[in-house]
Design a protein around this ligand. Structure first.
Ligand code: ADP
Ligand code: ZN
Length: 601
């Protein structure tokens, strides 16, 4: 029998196990139950795929992500693994075919939806088979507190009762302790060996920038850094989704809208195209997300502020599941802060709920305003304890400057007070800068002592000051819907100038400066034509096979081809991700592209 390492190499084309993979596989092969917590992109699938190939019988994989099953199974078949699936998308004939393949012992892996698994008929079928293991993917779906809760997952404790001899592995990327305890309790995994990794996503670059001209900022980001890549642009409202998608399309990008107001068939089509192609920009509300397991999402941009760090981490986490460099960019400004503060003040719900929401928003704002490593702050929020700054976030790459804003803050607060704590930042800034528009004249605000005292700073600079004051909770936002700013207890010492205050100096149009970390991985100009040729070869094969391009080869594999320029099958076989089956099926096609580049140069 082949060893796990031999299988890793010959079938998957990888050279070594990552992190706890080898230990997990060992435990499962020896018949133990296992609980695995690994960040997205950490390599959870191999943890059960390899044991299923080593052990006798068929491995049953339970997953709620029905939309992905077809692709997961196609990917395995491309590797030469005998895999199938059972879910509601199958016709009765396909169902019957899979069932008889199972009965003939012709499958090593079977993916199945939880609602199917728990049916008596399926249980009966499983009892007639030799089963190597059960893998419960997305195991956090048992948690009634989480947003991915699936009632059917609660019934999966039947596996333990019905098949006590079959080892089980539960996998999740959700890190919090309560969820972990719930998984153990509900799935009867008290005896399971636990493998808990941190949940850092080192390949994701985190960037947060002040929003001054979001369209230009987004466009520069897409053109200068993400040309031809797949990615998601999140917006708060349906309306804005439509606008941005239209505008991007008119600028020549492959953009599609996605929000809950679109007809189901349109949503379905857009999602399908996003999954199938390798160059679609999905402009979406947070309705787009569940089950988006596309591995080669290269960027996630937010044009509006997420409501909490949890939401931010989950949404940005959709980038770079393949472990390749990915970038996230959040643009936020004074308006976002005011709008969210208002929405929360007006929201339904009891006081405790509101306080909770406010606290989560405050944590998010804190993350936006910090001047130290963003990743350290993110990971601490979730209970990890990183010891080093990451070197792959905007604060690490271009350390922000701070300035002594004591006097300016005093002016700002005092002007809020003098104008009667009724106006939004826009008007207060006009007063500070001595504008003589009608509104100022009609309220006699040109007669105030604070009129015109802030001419030395630009409108953007004042906006940055007010944003930071609201973000830090030194100014409150009136819940009347007009965004009026109010003084509060905490601002008193600054109003009197008793205490010094330092604020972050925003970089103008800060978008594309901190690219250093990704640049080393960027495609060199002279390699661009070979890169494009490799991608179009992959695309052509993907279309022939009816699978997404990443099922043929991941980006990482194409990158290695670019770097090592293999010209013989033996050399190609050494590239990460080229196993025996793929070498046989696609090797010559890629070698032709590589030789063409070599000999025509
Ligand atoms: P997860 O399910 O944890 O999000 P996956 O199982 O999809 O992650 O793996 C993420 C990516 O890493 C996939 O492209 C997979 O092929 C790759 N991968 C996993 N294990 C290894 C390994 N040992 N060596 C190289 N690549 C790996
Ligand atoms: Zn950092």
């Amino acid at each position: 029998m082949n060893s796990p390492l031999q299988i890793l190499n010959s079938i998957f084309g990888y050279h070594e196990f990552r992190g706890p993979q080898a230990a997990v596989i060992e435990a499962l092969i020896s018949g133990d139950d296992v609980l695995v917590l690994m960040p997205t992109g950490g390599g959870k699938s191999l943890c059960y795929q390899i044991p299923a190939l080593v052990r006798d019988g068929v491995g049953i994989v339970i997953s709620p992500l029905i939309a992905l099953m077809q692709d997961q199974v196609s990917a395995l078949r491309e590797l030469g693994v005998r895999a199938g699936f059972l879910n509601s998308t199958l016709s009765s004939q396909e169902w019957w075919q899979t069932e008889s393949a199972l009965q003939r012992g012709e499958l090593d892996l079977l993916y199945i939806a939880p609602e199917r698994l728990i049916q008596p008929r399926t249980i009966e079928l499983l009892h007639s088979l030799k089963i190597s293991l059960f893998a419960i993917d997305e195991a956090h779906c048992v948690s009634q507190w989480g947003h991915d809760f699936r009632a059917d997952y609660l019934k999966l404790d039947l596996l333990q009762r019905e098949f006590p001899q079959v080892p089980r592995i539960a996998l999740t990327a959700t890190a919090d302790l309560r969820t972990r305890d719930e998984i153990v309790a509900r799935l009867q995994l008290q005896k399971a060996q636990q493998f808990i990794s941190g949940f850092d996503r080192p390949n994701i670059q985190y960037r947060i920038a002040q929003k001054n001209n979001p369209k230009i900022q987004l466009m520069r980001f897409l053109r200068e850094e993400q040309a031809g890549n797949s990615g998601i642009v999140y917006c708060l409202s349906r309306n804005k989704v439509e606008q941005i998608a239209d505008w991007l399309t008119s600028e020549g990008f492959n953009a599609l809208p996605y929000h809950a107001g679109l007809p189901a068939t349109t949503r379905q089509q857009h999602q399908e195209r996003f999954l199938r192609d390798d160059n679609i920009i999905m402009v979406a509300t947070i309705a787009f997300g569940m089950g988006i397991d596309k591995p080669d999402v290269r960027f996630v941009a937010h044009l509006d502020l997420p409501k909490s760090i949890e939401a931010y981490y989950q949404e940005t986490g959709r980038a770079g599941r393949d472990g390749e460099p990915a970038t996230t960019l959040l643009l936020y400004g004074l308006d976002d802060v005011v709008k969210l503060r208002q929405m929360m003040a007006q929201s339904e719900g009891n006081e405790e709920f509101k306080r909770n929401e406010q606290q989560r928003l405050n944590a998010m704002l804190g993350l936006c305003e910090i001047t130290s490593c963003r990743r350290v702050s993110l990971l601490r929020y979730f209970g990890d304890n990183p010891t080093h700054a990451c070197g792959n976030c905007d604060c690490c790459l271009t350390p922000p400057q701070t300035w002594d804003a004591t006097e300016a803050v005093q002016m700002a607060l005092s002007c809020v007070y003098r104008t009667g704590q009724r106006f939004g930042a826009g008007h207060v800034i006009d007063v500070l800068r001595g504008s003589n528009n009608e509104k100022i004249l009609s309220f006699d605000h040109h007669k105030l002592t604070t009129y015109g005292i802030g001419k030395h700073l630009s409108v953007d600079e004042w906006k940055s000051i007010f944003r930071q004051l609201v973000a830090r909770g030194l100014l409150d936002v009136n819940s009347d819907g007009f965004g009026g700013l109010l003084l509060n207890e905490t601002c008193r010492t600054y109003l009197r100038g008793d205490e010094k205050i330092h604020l972050r100096r925003d970089i103008k149009l800060a978008v594309s400066s901190p690219r250093k970390a990704n640049l080393s991985k960027a495609i060199e100009a002279e390699d661009q034509s070979l890169w494009n040729a490799l991608r179009s070869c992959r695309k052509r094969l993907a279309e022939e096979q009816g699978v997404p391009p990443y099922v043929i080869f991941h980006d990482a594999t194409l990158r290695e081809m670019l770097e090592f320029r293999p010209l013989t099958p033996e050399q190609l076989r050494n590239i990460t991700g080229v196993g025996e089956s793929k070498l046989k099926r696609f090797g010559e096609e890629f070698l032709a592209v590589l030789r063409e580049a070599e000999y025509s140069a």
